[in-house]
Design a protein around this ligand. Structure first.
Ligand code: ADP
Ligand code: MG
Length: 698
């Protein structure tokens, strides 16, 4: 029996080839089995020339009716080929005299390629061809020809030969490749065995429906897709089970603090906020750690939900830590929460990267002694020298910027006397349901699906930068004081540039601020960008909030969380460079007050087709979920979530978008395996995630 671990079982595989295969992640026979063709060619039959269709690859065979060198824009060799149904041409731009002489009139030639309409009718450009000598028939392929993902130095031919050998072992059951799915499933869901699925996909019989294969709908493909998604699901299940095996403080609170907090607010929680708060409280009462994701569209009031959860935990005598991804956002939370909690006798602490020296020592001391009850900060909160006294709850805002891994390392941080803190994760990036089910299967999810009352819709328009002058004029009339015929509103002008270059982005913002100050001398204009000191940024934000500034020129640093209800106009430059989720986040900075709000997408023309589509989505909708679904459709899941953070980039055969509808079935399968076939869990995870599982286990 061949061992799966050994590639050297195969003829012709020495260290050099093994190295090259490594580049394709092929390290053993199993990898070879799972290295599947990404398309197929049908070289199993000869198509009559008369029925060849443009752009449909085909094998044709016919007699040479002449070969001539043409001197057009480029020299080319044109060979006419005819069978009893019609004529086609083969065209070569690279050829030599010997080649030309091969094509003697009357010779029989067979070729494979993709025909296109050309000057002489249907033409095959640089087809693969062979001369059929003396009527000796060259063999047609018995199966569809697989085309494998390849790399430099390994030809298709090489890969096919390796696969042939490997599959021979599989065919004869000489390899220990175990079918990990219960046999009862195969019937129930009409799936082939693993062996059959693999044999089929590497060599589909010539009568296979190619379209079914191309759309990944064939049962053999389904079988593998389901198995892969199942493995991912199980890995997340496992993670969750690990977390829940730990102990956490069961929080029972009298709600007095909550009531006191709510009594100070000028508004009541929405129904959605109340419902989600109740869901969180349920979790907090359990003696194991909560892992809950709260999704709420921009402006849905996640901060209040977090604060209400914090009330219970604080009241029970534990500390609460709130972590935000940027200093601006963390600082805003600090201001907000101090305003709410300090009057209730709860002390707040502050820790960010910029807090240094004495201030940092003091902060650390307060956190360690428990003097600081509610601690707000950036990821600096979770550096090694930070020790909490009794941490009961970690709240992470805008989760999509933290990876699964980071998220899990936090819980160790907070461990005290064998108790782990609860975790609440809040995200404004709506995660399409299909994605949430797989990427976040280790979390429970709550959705704040209602905005506070009194918000007015935002009108969004797309305007070409050729009309920049008009847009500046519009800012002028919106921001000018009412006495001077303006609207007395505030506006954002967001400069975006290529994401990776923060320096360039800041420079662009500085230039724009300068330009606008010259064009609009009566307005007071502020600037905030990522390269400014935290204190400077905070100052500018405070001025804007106090309406000492009319217009704030900013980079995308203001993307998340910034809350200034009086601002009702936003200009976004080069919106075509941003993802939809990011645009939605940015736009969410306006429309927070009662005034009617506008968003101008000031694009650089001409726009590509995709960019047009995307800006159209922004004009059509203000619903974060709809926008995220569209984003997913246009860009794919990796970019949406940040591939490195999710592990989804490792999907080999599945495609979340295409196969999203399988997820309910996958969930059902995962439940069954978990409870009825636990011995299959580890092997499944190992087969599909391999080393990669490290991303998920801490
Ligand atoms: P996000 O979900 O985007 O983080 P915030 O928590 O910043 O939203 O809330 C946005 C604004 O809405 C804040 O000014 C907040 O005070 C206000 N807000 C929150 N809940 C309510 C409510 N139930 N009624 C009215 N305003 C609310
Ligand atoms: Mg927020």
């Amino acid at each position: 029996m061949a061992r799966l671990s050994q590639l050297t079982e195969l003829k012709g595989v020495g260290p050099k080839l093994a190295d090259q295969l490594e580049k394709l992640q092929i390290r053993n026979l199993a990898d070879l089995f799972f290295h599947l063709p990404f398309r197929y060619e049908d070289r199993s039959r000869i198509t009559a020339i008369g029925s060849v269709q443009p752009m449909r690859p085909a094998v044709i065979q016919g007699e040479v009716r002449g070969a001539s060198v043409l001197f057009g824009k480029r020299r080319s060799l044109l060979v006419k080929v005819q069978d009893h149904t019609g004529t086609a041409s083969l065209r070569f731009y690279h050829f030599n005299a010997a080649q030309k002489n091969q094509f003697r009139t009357g010779a029989l030639v067979r070729c494979y390629g993709e025909p296109r309409r050309g000057a002489s009718g249907l033409e095959f450009y640089h087809p693969e061809y062979q001369l059929v000598e003396n009527g000796l028939d060259a063999q047609l392929e018995p199966c569809l020809t697989p085309v494998y993902p390849a790399t430099d130095g390994i030809s298709q031919q090489r890969l096919r030969l390796l696969h042939e050998q490997a599959l021979e072992f599989l065919h004869k059951d000489q390899v220990d490749l175990i079918d990990l799915l219960p046999t009862s499933w195969l019937q129930q869901w009409r799936l082939p065995t693993l062996k059959d699925a693999l044999l089929f996909l590497h060599n589909p019989p010539s009568d296979t429906n190619l379209q079914l294969l191309e759309s990944s709908q064939h049962p053999a493909q389904k079988r593998l897709i389901l198995e892969e998604l199942l493995a991912h699901q199980l890995s997340l299940h496992k993670l969750r089970a690990q977390v829940q095996a730990d102990a956490a403080p069961a929080i029972v609170a009298s709600k007095q603090l909550q009531q006191a907090l709510l009594a100070q607010l000028p508004f009541k929680p929405t129904n959605a906020q109340q419902r989600v708060t109740a869901e969180i409280e349920q979790d907090l009462q359990q003696p194991y750690p909560m892992l809950r994701l709260v999704q709420g569209d921009v402006g849905s009031g996640k901060t209040l939900v977090a604060a209400l959860a914090a009330c219970d935990v604080l009241e029970a005598g534990y500390q609460v830590a709130l972590m935000a991804p940027t200093e601006i956002l963390a600082e805003q939370h600090l201001n907000n929460l101090s305003g709410w909690f300090n009057p209730l006798g709860i002390s707040t602490g502050w820790l960010a990267g910029k807090v240094k020296g004495k201030a940092r020592e003091k902060a650390l001391e307060d956190i360690h002694s428990g003097e600081a009850q509610l601690v707000v900060g950036t990821h600096a909160l979770f550096q090694d020298d930070v020790r909490f006294s009794r941490l009961g709850l970690i709240i992470i805002d805008e989760q999509h910027r933290f990876g699964v891994h980071q998220r899990l390392s936090l819980r160790e941080k907070g461990e005290q006397q064998g108790l782990q803190p609860h975790q609440l994760i809040m995200t404004a990036t709506p995660i399409p349901r299909t994605l949430a089910m797989s990427a976040y299967a280790d979390l429970d999810t709550s959705v704040i699906d209602e905005l506070p009352p009194g918000r007015s819709p935002i009108t969004t328009v797309a305007i070409s930068d050729q009309r920049r002058g008009e847009v500046i004029e519009r800012v002028n009339s919106a921001c000018a004081p009412v006495e001077q015929g303006g609207e007395g509103a505030q506006a954002y002008w967001v400069c975006t540039l290529i994401e990776e270059s923060e320096a360039l982005q800041c420079q662009a913002a500085e230039n724009t601020a300068q330009e606008l100050r010259e064009a609009l001398p009566h307005l007071s204009i502020g600037l905030v960008h990522g390269r400014m000191k935290a204190a400077e940024k905070a100052d500018v934000m405070a001025q804007f909030k106090a309406h000492e500034l009319d217009l704030l020129v900013a980079t995308t640093v203001i993307e998340v969380g910034v809350d200034v209800p009086n601002s009702s106009l936003m200009i976004i430059e080069n919106p075509e460079r941003l993802g939809l989720a990011q645009l939605h986040q940015l736009r969410g900075r306006v429309g927070r007050g009662a005034a009617k709000s506008h968003c101008v997408l000031l694009y650089k023309s001409p726009l590509s087709f995709t960019s047009k589509q995307r800006l159209q989505v922004m004009r059509d909708s203000q619903d974060g979920f709809y926008i995220a679904e569209q984003d997913l459709a246009i860009r794919g899941p990796g970019e949406l979530l940040g591939t490195r953070q999710t592990g989804l980039q490792m999907l080999r055969v599945a495609d979340l978008q295409r196969d999203g509808e399988l997820l309910p079935q996958v969930r059902e399968m995962a439940e069954q395996i978990w409870h009825q076939h636990p011995q299959a869990i580890e092997p499944l995870i190992l087969r599909w995630l391999g080393d990669a599982e490290r991303f998920a286990s801490v």
